[in-house]
Design a binder for this molecule. Structure first.
Ligand SMILES: Cc1cc2nc3c(=O)[nH]c(=O)nc-3n(C[C@H](O)[C@H](O)[C@H](O)COP(=O)(O)OP(=O)(O)OC[C@H]3O[C@@H](n4cnc5c(N)ncnc54)[C@H](O)[C@@H]3O)c2cc1C
Length: 420
């Protein structure tokens, strides 16, 4: 009997999802070619986590899926084949041990994204996967109900299976574009409207720009809008030249961006000292009058975790002099200041858009994709992996974990390596 022909698989996109899909399929005997439109692979992976690469986190699968929101359960089969512990073991075997310095976010021990990328590229090379850069796929070729190849700007390539791992349209400078959406739509998939997420927020107020670079370690930010959760997001805050950013704001930004498609502005509120109440803060301000009357209030606020420049700004907003000493802060201003510290109003008039969106909310609708294999229900032999589909997570390694896990599952499924 002649030897069984190798399955030929094309992976579109050499990001974390595409590289992982290629490795999974090649390890199971498939002949794999990865087509990447940029001159270099995985620019987002390289830039991730400020080049420290927050690959995953320590949450168990159930809690992880909850953080992915309404679509979280779709990720279950992918997390079953490559959950965080398996991903860490996989990277460790490729020579990239990982650690979780804060007990939650997982990074390579070297804290270098290039180590993760180089390990994946070395494995791709070891497995004789062909990685072709500067290749723009323009069309899927079908044979009846099955995909059988792709058209490039010049020529075409035949295949038994095609994996779309082209990522989202966020951060175009790092490869983001909407060609994956167009390819999927051309064979009948639906696109859930996309919105920027994990993106800085532009405020109507101009004073945050004067504090650009100032940060607060722990705040709570929420949308003060009927029907929206008042719980909001908790984490760091960073003032920018256009408004606000930092993990708490980034994690809320997808919902803000969605609302901004329907209304001109979104009212935000910030609690700058979420561990105490307005009353407790007011008591503290009152107490300072006798205990530290000669000290500047802005300086006293530093010990509470609020940088001096922010304290000065809050005092101005409260109608007091920025340099006022505790003994001279009027009862009215103390009241106002305590309220501002816990309900600081800011108006989001925009986000910094897809150009600065670390991820994108929306994407290829999940309803036409089989979660157990990530195969298309519209065209057999077509698979999806990574951010191109309608799944996104908050800051903290959720998006890379999804890219790696979904790539792994799609690669195994396309190679026919999943148990029946
Ligand atoms: C600055 C930044 C920092 C981030 N930091 C983190 C972090 O620390 N932790 C985390 O979990 N997430 C982080 N993310 C998000 C994470 O990087 C992405 O969610 C992840 O890279 C998505 O992986 P992917 O493989 O699906 O898509 P991508 O990484 O976008 O890769 C898709 C690839 O496909 C290529 N491509 C697109 N269209 C075509 C086509 N038609 N033909 C061929 N190739 C094509 C693109 O050029 C790209 O190389 C960050 C994102 C950014 C922008």
């Amino acid at each position: 009997m002649p030897p069984k022909a190798k399955k030929e698989i094309l992976v579109l996109g050499a990001g974390p999802a595409g590289l992982m899909a290629a490795i999974a399929a090649a390890r199971h005997g498939a002949k794999v070619t990865v087509l990447e439109r940029m001159p270099e692979p995985a620019l987002k992976l390289r830039a991730s986590g400020g080049e420290r690469c927050n690959v995953t986190n320590t949450l168990a699968s159930e809690a992880f899926m909850e953080k992915l929101g309404r679509q979280g359960r779709f990720a279950e089969p992918a997390l079953r084949v490559m959950g965080a512990p398996y991903l860490r073991e996989f990277l460790g075997k490729l020579g990239v041990p990982t650690h979780a310095p804060n007990g939650f976010q997982v990074y390579p021990v070297s804290e270098k994204s290039s180590d993760v990328l180089n390990a994946l590229l070395a494995e791709v090379q070891r497995l004789k996967v062909k990685l072709l850069t500067g290749m723009q796929v323009v069309e899927l070729i079908r044979d009846g109900e099955r995909v059988c190849g792709v058209k490039l700007s010049k020529g075409h390539i035949e295949a038994n299976a095609v994996i779309i791992a082209t990522g989202s349209c966020g951060y175009p400078a790092l490869g983001g574009n909407d060609s994956g959406y167009a390819l999927a739509r051309s064979v009948g998939h639906t696109l859930v409207p996309v919105a920027p997420s994990l993106v800085p927020v532009v405020t109507r107020e101009r004073w945050p720009a004067e504090l650009a670079g100032v940060s607060v370690a722990d705040v709570r930010v929420w949308m003060d809008v009927p029907g929206q959760s008042k719980e909001g997001m908790r984490g760091g805050l960073l003032f920018t030249h256009h408004g606000i950013s930092g993990p708490a704001v980034l994690n809320l930004s997808g919902a803000v961006a969605r609302l901004l498609t329907k209304q001109f502005a979104v009212q935000l509120r910030l609690d700058l000292l979420p561990e105490e109440t307005v009353l407790q803060t007011l008591e503290k301000l009152n107490g300072w009058r006798s205990k530290a009357g000669k000290k500047s209030v802005a300086k006293l606020l530093v010990a509470e975790g609020l940088p001096q420049a922010l304290g000065r700004q809050l005092l101005t907003l409260a109608g007091a002099e920025p340099e006022v000493i505790a003994a001279e802060l009027s009862a009215e201003a103390r009241d106002h200041l305590a309220n501002l510290i816990h309900h600081l109003p800011l108006t989001a008039r925009d986000t910094e858009g897809f150009k600065r969106a670390m991820v994108v909310r929306g994407g290829i609708a999940l309803r036409d994709i089989i979660s157990e294999t990530l195969e298309s229900e519209k065209l057999w032999g077509l698979y999806f992996a990574g951010e191109v589909v309608d799944i996104d997570g908050p800051c903290g390694g959720f998006n890379l974990q999804w890219a790696f896990a979904s790539g792994w599952l799609a690669g195994l499924a396309a190679a026919g390596a999943l148990p029946k």
